[in-house]
Design a protein around this ligand. Structure first.
Ligand code: GLY
Length: 596
C-alpha cells in the first residue's frame, strides 16, 4: 500500500471528556513480536513462528487453530489432533489464554461465538456477554451532579464489573458441539498454571505500563508485581489459585464457577473494592445465561459475511460497511488507490453513525436490526459516497423501523483489549470467537486466580441527551453494546473464511478491511492480516504509524480528512477454508496458526 487518506471531522457528539479518555494511554498499545522462547514449545510452533515472520500462511489439510499465544494454540492443536471438535479445542485455548494472556480475556470476562455446523450447514451464534447486575442503575458511571465519571475512575475497581459469561459459554458450546470429555480440556491450562510459564514480552511490557493501576489491590499487585517489581520477560509465573478454579470447573462444570467458593470470591472482591465497590451479587451469578441469537448475515460480492448480532454492533457495522462498499468496485481501484480508502473510510463513518444511534442490547431496546443491513437501505446510504472528497458531515440514517422510538447518539468509550480465536476441525465445523475482559487487565481486581472484567464501561456513561434516551444506556440485567465481530464468511453456503480481532471499536475496521483485502484485492490470509491499517470511526482517519499506511496521509488530507498516525494493535486470526486450510496470525501480537 503506497497511499492512505482521510478526513478527520470529529462528530459534534464527541464530548471533551470522552476524547480525553480515548486519548489516554491504552495499556494494550505496544506491538510485541518477539517469540519469547515460544519456539521451544515444539517444532511445529517454531515452524509457525517462522512462517509468520516470513509473511506466509500456515497450511494444513485436516484442522487448524489460530489464536493470540503459542501455548494456547498448542493446547488447542492437541485437542484437535486427538479428534476433538472446534468447540473442544476452544475450551483448551480459552483456559490457557486466561493464564498466559490474562490482560485480554479469561474466566472473568465474556465472549461471542459464531459456529458453522458441518452436519447441518447452519450458522449459530452464542452470546456469552457480561451482564449488568440487577442492582446497577443508569447513573452508575455518573457523579453526584449527573456528570460522567472519568474513564479510569469508573474502570478500576468493582463498579465496572458485569456478571462474567465466558465459563457458561464454554460449557454451552461444549454441551452442544463437543466430543471430547470435558475434564480433559482443562489439563493443559492446569499443568501450565502449576508448573509455571515464561512471561512473554507483551505481557511484561503491559504490566510495566499499567503498574500504578495494578498496584491498587494487594492480590493483583502480588501476582503481577511481586515484591513491588513488575514481572520481567521470561520470569516463571505460576498461578495455583487459577489451577484450583479450573479443577472445580472441570469437576463441576459451570456450576462450580457461578456458585460456591469461586462465586463467593468474585462477589467479595467486587463488593469489597475499597474506594470503588460494585454491586454484583450471588443472585446475578446464579441467574447468568448464555443466549443463542440469530446470526446477522450480509451479502458482499460472491460472499456472505455472518456474525454476532446485538448486543454486539460487530456484524451489523461490518455488514453495513461491506454492504455500502458492494456498490463500488474496490478490486478495480486496488489497495494502493486513495479513492478506495476514501470509500472505506466514509462508509465506516456512516456505519458508525448508525451504530451510535441505534445499536444496543435488543432485549432492552427495540432495534431496526433487519433495516440496518437491508440492501436497498445500504444502496441509498452508498450514494452519499459518490463524490471525490471526504464527507463534510455524517449523520445516522433512517433504516426501516417499525418502532416510533426517538433515540439520541451515544457516548460510549471502548479502548482496545480482547483476543480472537479461529478454529476449523477435521469434521468441517468452523468456530470464530472473540473474547474479552474489556480494558487491558479489566477492572484490575482479581478473584480465584483470574482478572475480573470492566465490561460495564462499554455502556454509555450518560443515559439521556437533552431528555432523549440513549440506546446503549445502562439498565439492570442488560448487556453492554460490543464491537466484537467474530465472523464466518460463506460462499454458496459453504464456509470459506473465519476471521476476527481485538481492538475496541476499531475491531470493526480491522475486520472489514481484512475481508476486503482477501476478497477484493486477492491477498492471502497472512498478507491480509499484515496489510497496514487505516481505520475511521468517528471522523479522524487513523493510519498505522511506521508503516506504508502513513503514505496515505497527504492524499487523505487533500480529500478533507483529518489524519492521525498511531499504533493500531489489532490481533487478527484468520483461517481460509478452500482446497486445504490456510492460517494467518497478526504480526502485531504473539499469536500463531497451527494445523495438520
Ligand atoms: N469490550 C470490547 C468490546 O466488547 O467490543
Amino acid at each position: 500500500m503506497k497511499h492512505l487518506f482521510w478526513a478527520g471531522i470529529l462528530l459534534a457528539a464527541t464530548p471533551a471528556w470522552a476524547q480525553e479518555a480515548a486519548d489516554a494511554v491504552a495499556p494494550e498499545g505496544a506491538a510485541e513480536t518477539a517469540d519469547a522462547g515460544f519456539a521451544a514449545i515444539s517444532e511445529e510452533v517454531a515452524a509457525a513462528i517462522e512462517a509468520k515472520e516470513e509473511g506466509t500462511p500456515v497450511e494444513a489439510d485436516n484442522w487448524m487453530v489460530a489464536a493470540a499465544n503459542p501455548h494456547a494454540v498448542s493446547a488447542g492443536a492437541e485437542v484437535l489432533r486427538a479428534g476433538g471438535t472446534a468447540a473442544d479445542a476452544m475450551v483448551a485455548v480459552q483456559t490457557v489464554l486466561g493464564l498466559v494472556e490474562p490482560q485480554s480475556s479469561g474466566l472473568g470476562g465474556g465472549a461471542f461465538l459464531v459456529w458453522y455446523d458441518a452436519a447441518t450447514g447452519e450458522v449459530t451464534t452464542l452470546d456469552g456477554r457480561e451482564t449488568a447486575p440487577l442492582a446497577a442503575t443508569p447513573t452508575l458511571f455518573q457523579d453526584d451532579s449527573g456528570e460522567p465519571l472519568k474513564f479510569y475512575d469508573a474502570v478500576v475497581g468493582g463498579r465496572s464489573i458485569g456478571t462474567p459469561g465466558t465459563p457458561a459459554l464454554l460449557e454451552a458450546a461444549h454441551r452442544r458441539w463437543g466430543r471430547a470429555a470435558w475434564p480433559g480440556l482443562f489439563t493443559a491450562a492446569i499443568d501450565l498454571a502449576e508448573d509455571g510459564f515464561a512471561v512473554s514480552p507483551r505481557l511484561a511490557g503491559l504490566i510495566e505500563k499499567d503498574a500504578d493501576r495494578l498496584s491498587r489491590w494487594s492480590d493483583t499487585a502480588d501476582y503481577f508485581l511481586p515484591g513491588g517489581t513488575p514481572l520481567a520477560v521470561g520470569s516463571t509465573l505460576k498461578n495455583p489459585a487459577y489451577a484450583d478454579t479450573l479443577r472445580r470447573l472441570a469437576a463441576e462444570g459451570a456450576r462450580g464457577f457461578y456458585s460456591g467458593p469461586v462465586a463467593e470470591a468474585i462477589t467479595s472482591a467486587v463488593r469489597g473494592a475499597e474506594g470503588n465497590p460494585g454491586v454484583l451479587s450471588a443472585m446475578d451469578l446464579a441467574l447468568y445465561q448464555v443466549k443463542e441469537r440469530p446470526a446477522v448475515c450480509v451479502a458482499y460480492r460472491a460472499f456472505e459475511a455472518c456474525g454476532m448480532g446485538p448486543p454486539s454492533s460487530g456484524a451489523l457495522t461490518v455488514g453495513q460497511i461491506l454492504g455500502m462498499l458492494g456498490n463500488y468496485d474496490l478490486a478495480e481501484l486496488g489497495a494502493d488507490n486513495p479513492d478506495a480508502w476514501r470509500l472505506i473510510g466514509d462508509a465506516s463513518r456512516l456505519a458508525f453513525a448508525d451504530r451510535g444511534r441505534y445499536m444496543a442490547d435488543s432485549d432492552f431496546v427495540p432495534m431496526p436490526t433487519q433495516g440496518l443491513v437491508a440492501q436497498d437501505y445500504l444502496a441509498t446510504r452508498a450514494t452519499l459516497l459518490s463524490g471525490d472528497d471526504a464527507l463534510p458531515a455524517v449523520n445516522a440514517g433512517a433504516p426501516e423501523f417499525d418502532h416510533a422510538l426517538l433515540l439520541a447518539d451515544d457516548e460510549s468509550i471502548e479502548l482496545p483489549s480482547t483476543s480472537h480465536i479461529s478454529v476449523v476441525d477435521q469434521y468441517g465445523n468452523v468456530l470464530s470467537m472473540t473474547t474479552t475482559i474489556e480494558n487491558g487487565f479489566g477492572s484490575r481486581l482479581m478473584a480465584a486466580g483470574f482478572l475480573l472484567n470492566n465490561e460495564l464501561t462499554d455502556f454509555s456513561f450518560r443515559s439521556h441527551r437533552e431528555g432523549v434516551p440513549i440506546a446503549n444506556r445502562l439498565e439492570p440485567g442488560k448487556r453492554p453494546r460490543s464491537s466484537m465481530a467474530p465472523t464466518i464468511v460463506l460462499k454458496d453456503g459453504e464456509p470459506v473464511l473465519a476471521v476476527g480481532s481485538p481492538g475496541g471499536s476499531r475491531i470493526i475496521g480491522y475486520v472489514a478491511k481484512t475481508i476486503i483485502a482477501w476478497a477484493d484485492w486477492g491477498m492471502d490470509v497472512q498478507q491480509a492480516v499484515a496489510l497496514p491499517h487505516a481505520v475511521n470511526r468517528f471522523g479522524t482517519y487513523d493510519v498505522e504509524a511506521g508503516t506504508s499506511a502513513e503514505d496515505m496521509t497527504q492524499p487523505l488530507t487533500d480529500m478533507g480528512f483529518e489524519v492521525n498516525a498511531r499504533d493500531l494493535t489489532s490481533g487478527l486470526h484468520l483461517i481460509e477454508i478452500g482446497d486445504g486450510l490456510k492460517g494467518g496470525a497478526d504480526p502485531r501480537r504473539e499469536g500463531i496458526a497451527l494445523g495438520e
